[in-house]
Design a protein around this ligand. Structure first.
Ligand code: RUB
Length: 305
């Protein structure tokens, strides 16, 4: 297996690469590196290398369907190519990876264009964690000349909210940074809540950074619209067959480095937001109700099933 694959998997595991999109992009680039470095001569050897790579990348984080869908699609292009020699198969990995990355970029732009329309002048936008899709949408709104403020949570335990805050300040957006437990106090001044997603289930529920479910409840209580922005390919096809989406549980050390012995610390990375609390999923196909995601995905990406 290519060294780049091992290094990428480790970087994803340690959160040096963060956020579902970035994780997927890093995994695709690792496949590109494998295509360049491979010494496989036959189809059998090459497929073995690809499958080992898939297993290593999938094991790096448990709750990342976009990465899984990307890797599965690229491998399926190789499987269906009918080519037999290693070089020809490596070229297919390179070209499919490139195509997938381009499509991801197009989706990101479309989502930003559609979502920016939901931002009106003088709005206070509440967000949680760091989603590159959310911050791109906000940068698009800013580029369009809109004036708005952002409230972002710090996002314990690893403070991804700091990335969001820095990006917003760099854009020249007035930003208020709060501890997670202050969310309820600041919800009343918010006009809209926009968060990203790691996964969308067949029932239209959304999995995102731990705390998102609570923020959705707070938005509901304060009657504020709660939007999720995500590429359709964050849909997890395994949930159609009844599987629960696995929620990654990370090291207790992230929560408390020198905690007293015998203290049980739990550190789930994500939680589930029920579709009832989501006003809309802003995706590359438009603003759609969460329960319609499976239908839209079936129409746009039937291969996923
Ligand atoms: C990041 C997180 C983000 C989603 C969406 O969690 O929950 O909201 O991944 O991000 P972590 P994006 O920091 O644990 O990866 O829109 O960039 O895909």
């Amino acid at each position: 297996m290519a060294q780049a694959v091992r290094v990428t998997a480790e970087r994803i595991r340690k959160l040096e690469v963060q956020g579902a999109r970035n994780v997927a992009i890093a995994a695709i680039k690792a496949l590109e590196a494998l295509a360049e470095e491979t010494s496989a001569k036959t189809r059998k050897q090459f497929m073995k290398e690809l499958k080992d790579t898939q297993a290593t990348l999938f094991a790096s984080r448990a709750t990342e369907p976009l990465m899984r869908n990307a890797v599965r699609w690229i491998i399926s292009q190789v499987e269906n190519s009918g080519k037999e020699n290693g070089d020809a198969l490596a070229k297919i990995v390179a070209s499919s990876s490139n195509q997938f990355l381009k499509n991801l970029e197009t989706s990101k732009e479309l989502i930003a264009e559609i979502g920016a329309k939901r931002i009106r002048n003088n709005m206070v936008v509440f967000t949680h964690c760091h989603s590159s899709t959310v911050t791109h949408l906000l940068s698009k709104a800013k580029e369009e000349g809109k004036t708005f403020e952002v409230v972002c949570t710090e996002t314990r335990p690893v403070f991804q909210g700091r990335i969001t805050a820095k990006e917003m300040l760099a854009l020249g957006v007035k930003t208020t940074f709060i501890v997670d437990s202050a969310a309820r106090s600041f919800m009343r001044n918010a006009d809209i809540v926009i968060v990203g997603a790691d996964a969308i289930t067949s029932e239209g529920n959304v999995i995102n950074k731990i705390g998102t479910g609570t923020i959705a409840l707070l938005a509901h209580e304060a009657r504020k619209p709660f939007y999720v922005v995500a590429e359709l390919l964050k849909f997890d096809p395994a949930t159609v067959c009844g599987e629960y989406l696995q929620i990654e549980e990370r090291s207790p050390k992230e929560v408390w480095k020198d905690a007293p012995e015998k203290l049980e610390i739990r550190n789930p990375a994500f939680d589930v937001t029920r579709r009832d609390f989501i006003h809309g999923v802003i995706c590359e196909e438009g603003v759609i109700p969460p329960h319609a995601v499976s239908e839209v995905i079936l129409r746009k990406h039937p291969w996923i099933f």
